[in-house]
Design a protein around this ligand. Structure first.
Ligand code: GUN
Ligand code: ZN
Length: 383
């Protein structure tokens, strides 16, 4: 029964089984157990900041065989508030989604969205981007909100230093992130909730190594690579991932936060990363940018006015099976809400197919050649 399954899920939560390793790279396939079911890795988690993956119903997400989505502590605590969601039975019941949910802790969002007032050893005083009022968020508050939300995976509260940040500042941010991680590791949790620590360290390899080692000593259920793709450029992103991933416990899931582009995902998986999230597929979809196995293009372009082809010839998703580019272009040009919905569904399907393909190649031990041909065929931007 569903109830017995959930009981079992809570009891098993946090188990991570690596089921296959690639022969040449550090890529692996695994299964992470959560209170709301197993999550097969490598996995891309669609972003549902405001308790909705914009434009998609939970039924549509299920049909795409999505096992886990992301929510945001900061946004949900602003609106409608953690108390409201708790009263309505937690985030899963509130949004009608029975799969797994990972919540980001709010550290990153407060540093990037709100106007900062003061950072202390207890957290961050800031002005809300919603009503301008003063608020305080720190490790204790972030864990308490995530407990009330009842997410399956809670993230530790961290400080992500902006790029560029000098060594001195980055060092202080790492120290604060580690102090906060101790408090997050000990904080009360929802039943079956697991907690991931977040590695910071900016572009400084030794700081990342030290941060990873100290977090590992705290025994988190998983580890995130934070503070990458904050403007430092492609090469430094790769180095940040590499410098962090190899210092993380091999038997625990590794999560690269906020990345992103299919080519970056394929590369990071080869370096041993298991989990990803990014607004890219859903955000691009809303402005009419179609993602494909080879790159992306704007479906609003005039050249598609009479194009009978699907969004992507080889896709085979429900959208591509039924609708032409000409029709979807028309929906965008007339501001019909179905346009963004259809492109969102297709773009998410592109990530779904990519993760399947990566798993197949890892199991076959052919990930290295797959990654090479993917990089050769994929263009981030194409029109
Ligand atoms: N999302 C993208 N990067 C980060 C990060 O460094 N920390 C947190 N908490 N969330 C993120
Ligand atoms: Zn499609």
């Amino acid at each position: 029964t569903a109830e017995a399954e959930q009981r079992e899920g809570r009891a098993q939560a946090g188990r991570f089984e690596v089921r296959a390793r690639d022969a040449e790279t550090d890529a692996r396939c695994g299964v992470l157990q959560t209170a709301h079911g197993p999550v097969h890795t490598p996995v891309f988690m669609p972003v549902g900041t405001q308790a909705t993956v914009k434009g998609m119903t939970p039924r549509e997400l299920e049909e795409l065989r999505i096992e886990i989505i992301l929510g945001n502590t900061y946004h949900l605590s602003e609106r409608p508030g953690a108390e409201v969601i708790e009263r309505l039975g937690g985030l899963h019941a509130f949004m009608g989604w029975n799969g797994a949910i990972l919540t980001d802790s709010g550290g990153y969002q407060v540093f990037s969205l709100a106007s900062l007032r003061e950072v202390t050893e207890d957290g961050v005083r800031f002005r809300s981007h919603v009503d301008g009022a003063e608020r305080f968020l720190g490790p204790d508050e972030a864990m308490e909100i995530q407990r009330r939300l009842g997410s399956d995976i809670a993230m530790a509260f961290d400080e992500c230093p902006p790029d560029p940040s000098d060594r001195d500042y980055t060092c202080k941010a790492v120290q604060r992130t580690l102090d906060w991680a101790v408090r997050c590791a000990r904080a009360p949790r929802a039943e079956g909730q697991i907690v991931f620590g977040i590695v910071q360290g900016g572009i400084f390899s030794d700081l990342r190594e030290e941060c990873a080692g100290r977090l590992a000593d705290l025994g988190f259920d998983g580890y995130a690579i934070g503070g990458v793709s904050v403007g430092e450029g492609e090469e430094l992103i790769t180095r940040g991932v590499e410098d962090t991933a190899r210092h993380l416990p091999p038997h625990r899931p590794r999560y690269l936060m906020g990345v992103g582009d299919p080519a970056q995902i394929v590369d990071a998986v080869a370096r041993g990363v298991d989990m990803f999230d990014c607004v890219m597929p859903t955000r691009l979809a809303r402005n009419g940018t179609v993602m494909t196995r080879r790159g992306r293009y704007p479906v609003k372009a005039g050249r598609f006015r009479t194009d009978p082809a699907p969004l992507e010839e080889e896709c085979g998703c429900e959208v591509c099976a039924r609708f032409s580019r000409a029709y979807i272009r028309h929906l965008f040009n007339t501001n019909e809400m179905l346009g963004p919905r259809l492109v969102t569904e297709h773009n998410l399907q592109v990530y779904g197919r990519l993760q399947e393909e990566m798993r197949t190649h890892i199991e076959a031990g052919t990930y290295a050649s797959f990654a090479r041909s993917f990089a050769a065929e994929y263009r981030g931007v194409r029109d």
